[in-house]
Design a protein around this ligand. Structure first.
Ligand SMILES: *Cc1c(COP(=O)(O)O)cnc(C)c1O
Length: 407
């Protein structure tokens, strides 16, 4: 389909569809750049460099790099297949893949800002994103302000002055707070800010920030995109002008390149992502409803529950409640630990979006880097746990949770 990959082998007798195909079709077909061997599945190009037929071709390639792959830090055919496929699924003009979600997050902002610029971000954030905005960028003279996800008046105030970039994580990790992407994007654009959405928790299946007014979307592809616990990766998607004028010059010279092997794993993962995420959401919805009825649980945070304070916004911008549930125990940290240690199907792990159900104690692991004040503000108390629901049969997951609660 996409002929944007150089060296694309066009079968002389095959036509391209002359209609716009659905995302499910793109997920299996888009980006595929077959070599002259006509292989069925996407090939893995495990090479760092490329050769030229003569010295003039090398010169031409360096002047106009779109004609020929030049070097693995810039491009690779397998990485390009992953980028083109993800861009088609997202509905973005272009995509740049990176080595991890954090390199994607950092590059998405660092390519835009300079000393004296101001960033506004949602307060409830993945802890490393919080560190980038509140500790690393300020060392280079970039100031910031954090706003509570659903506090509309606070967003209006923060976005009434000059702002370079707005960074929002919705739903947030781990307590699934929601930012109204349309509302914040409209405000941000009035003051000329670029809106970047960390769409990791929703995945490309459930939420399309670009359609809701955002300018840039970033992923940790480690989560739902791989979704099978194998590789680290990230991706940044946006318009041609953002990607080519801001991002590409930054990433080419700083080198957060995704490995071809990891891209090859991911391009295949995209083929099953919608099926996986859809089933995981169904399981999570059933489990969240079950947990709401248990006396041991103080509160359940899940975007698919009517009890979520932002349920109306969620219905506008997400297709389903997601794969992750925030659970606060009616008790102490020791009760949460006792529950986790009693599980026999669900694993204790800090990852999420995986086919295996995983449980995490954020305050002592993923979010331990944050100060007690910041944790308290985010509601991450010592009795909060995060459950990432996988692809096991939902009856087995409920039985496991049930026996652990009764233990
Ligand atoms: C995991 C995660 C990241 C970072 O991704 P890595 O692939 O671990 O670098 C960023 N944002 C959110 C919301 C995440 O859950």
């Amino acid at each position: 389909m996409s002929k944007e990959v150089w060296g694309y082998h066009e079968h002389p007798k095959r036509r391209e569809p002359d209609w716009k195909v659905n995302p499910q079709t793109s997920a299996v077909r888009e980006g595929l750049a077959r070599s002259g061997f006509g292989e069925t599945s996407e090939a893995l190009y495990l090479n760092s460099g490329f050769t030229y037929t003569d010295s003039q071709e090398a010169v031409d390639s360096f002047i106009d790099e779109t004609d020929h792959f030049v070097y693995g830090r810039f491009h690779n055919p397998t990485v390009a297949m992953f980028e083109n496929r993800l861009a088609a699924i997202e509905g973005a003009e272009h995509c740049v893949a990176t080595a991890s979600g954090m390199s994607a997050m950092f590059a998405s902002l660092a390519c835009l800002v300079e000393a004296g610029d101001h960033i506004v971000a949602s307060a409830a954030m993945f802890s490393s994103c919080h560190v980038v905005i509140t500790e690393i960028l300020p060392k280079w003279g970039v100031t910031y302000e954090l706003v509570k996800a659903n506090d509309k008046a606070a967003w209006e105030k923060a976005l009434s002055k000059k702002v370079k970039a707005v960074f929002i994580e919705t739903p947030s990790n781990p307590l699934l707070e929601i930012v109204d992407i349309r509302f914040v994007s409209d405000l941000a654009h009035k003051v000329g800010a670029t809106v970047i959405v960390d769409n990791v928790m929703a995945s490309p299946v459930l939420q399309k920030p670009l359609e809701l007014g955002a300018d840039v979307v970033m992923y940790s592809a480690t989560k739902h995109i791989d979704g099978q616990g194998r590789v680290l990766a990230g991706a940044i998607l946006g318009s041609f002008s953002y990607i080519y004028e801001k991002l590409v010059p930054f990433v080419r010279h700083t080198g957060p390149t995704l490995s071809a092997f990891n891209a090859w794993v991911l391009v295949k993962s995209l083929e099953t992502m919608e099926l996986r995420v859809t089933r995981m959401c169904e399981n999570a919805q059933t489990i969240a409803e079950y947990l709401e009825g248990r006396k041991e649980i103080k509160s359940v945070q899940y975007p698919g529950l009517k009890s979520h304070p932002d349920y109306e916004v969620i219905r506008k911008q997400m297709k389903a409640g997601g794969t992750t549930i925030g659970i606060e125990f009616a008790g102490k940290k020791s009760d949460a630990f006792k529950f986790m240690d009693s599980l026999c199907v669900i694993d204790i792990s800090n990852n999420l979006g995986d086919s295996k159900s995983l449980i995490t104690h954020p305050a002592s692991t993923t979010h331990r880097r944050l100060s007690p004040d910041v944790l308290a503000e985010m509601g991450i108390t010592p009795s909060v746990i995060r459950l990432s629901v996988g692809l096991e049969h939902v009856d087995d997951l409920i039985k496991d949770i049930d026996q652990a609660l009764n233990n």
